[in-house]
Design a protein around this ligand. Structure first.
Ligand code: ADP
Ligand code: MG
Length: 255
């Protein structure tokens, strides 16, 4: 069990766009290969439309690659598979959209365990309280509704929910982008601490190179669906030899 958690071999994706009488190919992601190890955090950076969410959806098994092979813990991923249930989790940009407003927080956090057929109700309740501790929220939040929480607190809830089934991989797609800067820092630090503590592999998608450098071990830079660079986060403390990366370093205040 020491191989990569996630492996992409020549994985690419195109969509068909335009009206039915003038269909054309939109290459959302050019074939790309990479491996993600246990406990590793890979940031994916790029401007809007560069293919970040497409990559996230491919890794989560939510969309099929147009070419190439994806493997999770050494086993090929073939679309949305039951076998992956509970092993992958996602934290998305807008916590108000990803939490059901009519569901109490505790039930939202427990839902993935229920869907994955994990544990009895009483055990799930105990796990919910433990998860609330983990993400720094009071236990009595379990009985509240999402509208009673701030944006940062709601994002902590979606993180607790993502952790519920002890997944091996968590995909964060612009998970802090909608939060105020001070709250962003708190949530980023929480993600970093949890990863150190629990050791899941993470794919952290952001349009902000400074955020990427802060949270990740390695950074993948995408532009128009193509890989511009795949580099260690610490290398971003110096001016990159890649023009486009250097431009991003300047525009995100790193240089
Ligand atoms: P990002 O998350 O970096 O903003 P996306 O992965 O969402 O980028 O999109 C990459 C490209 O693929 C964009 O040009 C987008 O318009 C296109 N695209 C994404 N999803 C679809 C879809 N379902 N159908 C057609 N085109 C899509
Ligand atoms: Mg996106």
């Amino acid at each position: 069990m020491s191989g990569p958690v996630l492996e992409l071999a020549g994985v690419g994706k195109h969509y068909l766009g335009g009206p039915p009488w003038a269909r054309h190919r939109i290459q959302a992601l050019l074939p790309l290969s990479l491996q993600l190890g246990m406990g590793e955090m890979l940031a994916v950076v790029g401007e809007s439309g560069s293919g970040k969410t497409t990559l996230a959806r491919l890794c989560l098994g939510l969309t099929k690659p147009s070419e190439g092979l994806l493997a999770f813990s050494g086993a090929p991923v073939l679309g949305q598979s039951r076998k992956l249930r509970g092993k992958l989790a996602a934290v998305l940009q807008n916590p108000s959209q990803s939490l059901n407003p009519s569901m109490r927080i505790g039930r939202s956090i427990a839902e993935p365990m229920y869907l994955a057929g994990m544990s009895q109700q009483a055990d799930r309740r105990a796990r919910v309280l433990e998860l609330l501790d983990h993400v720094g929220l009071p236990r009595d939040f379990a009985d509240r509704f999402p509208q009673e929480l701030s944006g940062g607190q709601r994002q902590r809830v979606t993180i607790a929910r993502a952790l519920a089934t002890r997944p091996k991989l968590i995909v964060f797609d612009e998970a802090v982008s909608a939060l105020d800067v001070s709250v962003q820092a708190q949530v980023l630090n929480l993600i970093i601490d949890l990863q150190r503590e629990i050791g899941f592999a993470g794919l952290f998608i952001t349009h902000d190179l400074a955020v990427a450098r802060y949270v990740a071990d390695r950074v993948l830079v995408l532009r128009h669906g193509a890989v511009e660079a795949l580099l260690p986060a610490h290398s971003l403390y110096e001016a990159s030899p890649v023009d486009y990366v250097r431009k991003l370093q300047v525009s995100s205040g790193l240089l």
